[in-house]
Structure formats: structure tokens, C-alpha cells
Design a protein around this ligand. Structure first.
Ligand code: DOR
Ligand code: ZN
Ligand code: ZN
Length: 447
């Protein structure tokens, strides 16, 4: 029998939807064998997991790593360390940066920065460029795995009010088969509402402006627009049951659409937001309990494809102020997503195989990250070891993220990522980062 680099023994593993008692052997960065301990190959290094659970590493499809001119908020070093600490082995980086990721040059600059710093696998979104002809190059030469379309404001070359430009960009993406992730709150609808609401100062004003109906109406228009375009559209951070139902119906009628929800929208209510204040503000904002319960029902029915963090770190000064106009929306999520979801699994609200589907398998399928997202012989050895019994309180002062606050501060969770492996390399061990910056990998379109 060939010798492996590492074996993980005395473990359970989440394999094709069930939890099995077995071990995993790793060779050359890939999983070479999954078998009962006595049947594993000999290895240079043997790790006794003491009965803990091996899960596929999380694939977080919605992360704002910032860096470059926004590195005071987060950079690829702090951000990917936070990811590793949270059990995330691959992430897709959002383009609303300074400079905006929106053409071959800006994407290459960004990848260069990331290559030196990352401890995990990173793939990249680009915003749409000014000319649709450039889309092809951004994907084929630059390696972007998807585009991000903000409908709330202009990010990149396409104005969200210019329907013709949007159609052209979507058609081109459809031709290439590259997914387009959409923040579905239309700037036009928001402007109309803002006029009616008047001065915007408090959280209540914000909640009235960014109502669930804004998202629903925007998604309705978007679904109508993409009708027969054959473009894969992924709706980010959905926050209304009506939205999920529309997306699900569209999918049943043959339109290739998917959607994602965040732990924030599943767990933080609008009353929590009012109590916690601006620090807990995200866009879309937290919803009423009634909507949260509906989202959970739809999640359990399999109508939501993905759970992503929407890790959106800001400096603490940007989260405080007299008026909502002075604060940034967005909260860090990389280090809390898995513990929060494991806690829900412990309560019986979701199962561990469902978590693996929502946070590993489906993200890999939707964004074409081949060889990842499942514990399978031949796949990359991206794995997170979790201690399902470990209870602790969320303490943002211990985050690797530069954003050391959280709407979940003080929450008691049960279930902790204790080791993270990226391409077979141990990158996090008991909360310590054991990998060097730059040891992670860049994932390019269909590579
Ligand atoms: O809350 C949010 N934060 N929503 C967005 O759409 C952008 C994001 C950010 O980049 O901070
Ligand atoms: Zn968004
Ligand atoms: Zn986001």
C-alpha cells in the first residue's frame, strides 16, 4: 500500500449526506482514501481526532475581504486567517473595493495582493466592466469565477438604472456560463421610497426604507428580465419568504436561479437590531421574527441553496454615529457562521448533512469550484474538524478579523471548528493559525 502524508483517525465524517465512523488519508493535498481506520494507508503523520467530526471545509461564496485602499477594514491576511479560524477553506471575494474589481487590470492587481497573503483558497468576483466585450477576458484571462451586480448603487461599469446595459452584461455572462450574483434592492425603488419617507436618521427609518417589499419587487423584475436568457443568477442574502418562493418557482419553470441566506438574516431580528443599534446594521437589514420563522421553514424544505456569511467588515468608527447616514452597513461573519449553524443543529433546527449541503456542496456546484465541497476520494483535502460538544461564548475581541464586534457578541454557541485543513495542509489548530501568509491558493475559472 502507498504511504500517505497524513491520516486522520478515530473520527466521524460527513460523507454523502450521512455521518460515518471512518478515517481520511491525505496524499499530495488530496483525499486519497476514506476508510475504517485499519484499512487506511500508513502515513508520515497520524492525527487522532478523538471521536470528533470531519466536515468538508466551508465554501463561503460571499466575503468582502477589502484590502488595497480599504485594508484598514480588513485585508487578505486578517480576512483569510478569520476564514481559517471559522472553518472556511475557500471563499469568493466581492468586488466593491477601492479600486473596484471591474476589469482585467484591477482583477490581476487584486489577485497579486491576495496571493502573497492568503492562507485559504480564494476565488474572485468582478463587477461588470464598462464594455460588455471585456467580460470574456475578465473570466478567461483573469479567472473571475462570477460577476456581482449591485442594484442598489453603481459599482463597476454598469449603472443599475441602465436596463439595456444590464441586459447586455447578463447575456454575455449567460453565453460564457458564468454565474451572476445579485444584491437585489433596486436603486429606483429605494429612491421612490426615500422621497416618501423623508429624512433618514434612525434604524426604524432604515427598516422602512429597506423593506422586504423592495427586495421582492426587485427580484420579481429581475426574474422577468432574465426569463429566457439562460444566465445563471444567484440572489445574495435573501431576507423574505416571498423572495425565496419566487426564486423557487422560477427554478421550477426552468430558469437557472439560486439563492443564499446569511446567519444574520436567520438569527437576528429587527427588534434585536433596534436594541443593539448601528453596530448590528447590515443591508438588507434584520427582519421581524415572523419572517425569520418563514425563512427557516423554507430552508428546511430545501428551497434555499446556500448559506454564506456576507462577511462585511468595517472599522468600529464607521459603525457608530448620530445618524444612520453616518454609518456603514455590514457585519463580520467568517468566524461565527459555522458555530452558529452547529448550534442550530444541536437544537434540532437543521441537520449536519443539510449544513454540509448548504455551506460546502452547493456553493462548489453553483460557482464551479471543482474537486471541492465534499469529502470524496480524489477531491482536494479541504476539511474542518469540529468539536460538537464544545460550548463557548462568542467574543469578538478574539476575532482574527479586524472588525472586532458582532451582533452575536455574548451568544452561547455549541460546536467549534478546532482544526482546518486547506489542500491537505493544517492551517488552523485550536484557534491558532499554523500556515504562512501566501500558502493558500487562487482558484481561477474552470481551472
Ligand atoms: O451590509 C452590506 N454591506 N450590504 C452591502 O450590500 C454591502 C456590504 C459592504 O460591502 O459593506
Ligand atoms: Zn449585498
Ligand atoms: Zn455583501
Amino acid at each position: 500500500m502507498v504511504k500517505a502524508d497524513i491520516t486522520l483517525t478515530n473520527a466521524k465524517a460527513l460523507i454523502s449526506g450521512s455521518i460515518l465512523r471512518c478515517g481520511v488519508a491525505v496524499e499530495d493535498g488530496r483525499i486519497c482514501r476514506i476508510a475504517k481506520d485499519p484499512n487506511l494507508p500508513k502515513a508520515s503523520e497520524k492525527i487522532d481526532l478523538k471521536g470528533r467530526l470531519i466536515m468538508p471545509g466551508l465554501i463561503d461564496v460571499h466575503v468582502h475581504f477589502r484590502d488595497q485602499a480599504l485594508s484598514y477594514k480588513e485585508d487578505f491576511r486578517s480576512g483569510t486567517m478569520a476564514a481559517a479560524n471559522g472553518g472556511v477553506t475557500s471563499a469568493i471575494d466581492m468586488p466593491n473595493n477601492d479600486p473596484v474589481t471591474m476589469n482585467l487590470e484591477s482583477l490581476r492587481e487584486r489577485i497579486k495582493e491576495a496571493e502573497r497573503k492568503t492562507v485559504i483558497n480564494l476565488a474572485f468576483y468582478s463587477a461588470f466592466p464598462e464594455r460588455a466585450e471585456e467580460i470574456n477576458r475578465i473570466v478567461r484571462d483573469g479567472g473571475a469565477v462570477a460577476f456581482k451586480l449591485f442594484l442598489t448603487r453603481k459599482v463597476g461599469g454598469v449603472d443599475p438604472c441602465d436596463e439595456d446595459a444590464i441586459i447586455e452584461a447578463l447575456r454575455e455572462s449567460g453565453r460564457l456560463g458564468v454565474p451572476v450574483a445579485v444584491h437585489a434592492e433596486s436603486i429606483k425603488i429605494l429612491r421612490e421610497r426615500a422621497e416618501r419617507i423623508g429624512e433618514l436618521r434612525t434604524i426604524n427609518d432604515y427598516l422602512r426604507l429597506h423593506s422586504p417589499s423592495v427586495e421582492e419587487e426587485t427580484v420579481r423584475r429581475m426574474l422577468h428580465l432574465i426569463g429566457d436568457m439562460h444566465v445563471k443568477v444567484h440572489f445574495c442574502h435573501v431576507s423574505s419568504a416571498g423572495t425565496v418562493k419566487m426564486i423557487s418557482e422560477a427554478r421550477e419553470s426552468g430558469i437557472p436561479v439560486t439563492c443564499e441566506v446569511t446567519p444574520y438574516h436567520l438569527l437576528i431580528s429587527s427588534s434585536d437590531l433596534r436594541v443593539k443599534g448601528f453596530i448590528a446594521l447590515s443591508d438588507p437589514p434584520a427582519r421581524d421574527r415572523r419572517i425569520i420563522n418563514q425563512l427557516w421553514t423554507l430552508l428546511r424544505r430545501g428551497m434555499i441553496d446556500v448559506i454564506a456569511s456576507d462577511h462585511a467588515p468595517h472599522a468600529i468608527e464607521e459603525k457608530t454615529g448620530d445618524s444612520i447616514l453616518d454609518v456603514e452597513a455590514g457585519v463580520p461573519g467568517l468566524e461565527v457562521t459555522l458555530p452558529l449553524m452547529l448550534t442550530q443543529a444541536d437544537k434540532g433546527l437543521i441537520s449536519l448533512p443539510e449544513i454540509a449541503s448548504l455551506m460546502c456542496k452547493r456553493p462548489a456546484e453553483i460557482f464551479g469550484l471543482t474537486g471541492r465541497g465534499e469529502l470524496k476520494e480524489g477531491n482536494y483535502a479541504d476539511m474542518v474538524i469540529v468539536d460538537l460538544k464544545r460550548r463557548y461564548k462568542i467574543d469578538p475581541s478574539h476575532f482574527y478579523s479586524k472588525a472586532k464586534y458582532s451582533p452575536f457578541e455574548g451568544w452561547e454557541v455549541k460546536g467549534k471548528p478546532v482544526k482546518t485543513f486547506v489542500n491537505g495542509r493544517l492551517v488552523m489548530d485550536e484557534g491558532e493559525i499554523t500556515a504562512k501568509p501566501g500558502s493558500g491558493r487562487i482558484i481561477r475559472w474552470r481551472s
